[in-house]
Design a protein around this ligand. Sequence first.
Ligand SMILES: Cc1cc2nc3c(=O)[nH]c(=O)nc-3n(C[C@H](O)[C@H](O)[C@H](O)COP(=O)(O)O)c2cc1C
Length: 361
Amino acid sequence: MWYQTKAAEILGIQYPILQGPFGGNLSSVELVATVSNLGGLGGFGAYTLSPQEILQVNQQIRLATDKPYNINLWVSDTDAVDGTVSDEQFNRAQQLFKPYFEELGIELPGKPEPFKSRFENQVEVILHQRPPVFSFMFGSPSADILEQCHRLGIVTVGAATTLDEAIVLEAAGVDMIIASGFEGGGHRPSFLASAETSTIGTFVLLQLTREKVKVPVIAAGGIANGKGVAAALALGADAVQIGTAFLATAESNATAIHKQMLLSDAAKYTTLSRAYTGRLGRGITSRIAKDLVSLEKDFLPFPLQTSFMSHLRKAAMASEKWDMVLFWGGQIAPVLKHTKAAELMRAILEETNSYFDNLKI
Ligand SMILES: Cc1cc2nc3c(=O)[nH]c(=O)nc-3n(C[C@H](O)[C@H](O)[C@H](O)COP(=O)(O)O)c2cc1C
């Protein structure tokens, strides 16, 4: 059967379908449990959570499902040298964004406190709580952490945006690799070359990776239905990871307007921009993203740009200025039909089954 893949076997799941984890408070326990209970692998993006919050989320997931699930972190979670920027750099960014703050009638925020990486403390909870699967992006954890995961029976899954990154992850001892194509919603998790020069489509990256690495490869980016799953499997994927389609369902923690936007005509156009967080990510094209396309050198490094832009986002949401908000989403959004996660999951399985059944005739 199409679903009996090496990845499904290692992950201990019935169907090789992963619900993409969402960072930035967009994941939900309900979504994770719905997907895992239906035989896929639910995923929770935890990179903005404190260790205590990760512990709680892990406990809540365990209460909601007895099936395997995934918790996701960002190995590298800052680009700011010493966690901060010079006053001069901050002032330049303030000047750049001033017109938008004026338009919304809000004060420009002060310089954010220096940011300290959270990964080391977060990963302690992973090792202590032992979720069945630990996935990560923006690099590979140290050999020691991967070694401990293996010893504790935690399956490790790393994201690559280029063949070179896939090779580095395999050499580090990661169990499975996500071939993360540039169609996908959210951040480009590049960690060797710049994200701007690592914009390969899912199906090319999948094939290049399949040829050169031995561990199972999971295709992510631009997959939202059974035909997409079948195509990925035909090209050598061991599993798929689906983000945008699950983000649009009632069970995700995205706001109602975000889901509405993903299911609207607006989702026909997406942009890769650093404007919102300081790292390159794909969302529905907005006025701000368009305006700022050539001014990236004055943005603050990740995550300081986020703390700055969150004020703008809050005010724009409150005054319903949707063209000033980034609604994360991938290029596949215009094909979305389902607003309930269980319906989406069942439809994907039915479509994939019928695709492979028809091949036999
Ligand atoms: C809003 C949003 C947030 C995301 N956050 C994360 C994250 O924190 N960690 C991660 O590994 N992947 C993250 N992703 C990537 C997804 O897990 C998945 O790989 C991707 O969405 C697949 O492409 P698709 O959107 O075309 O389905 C995010 C995607 C979106 C849309």
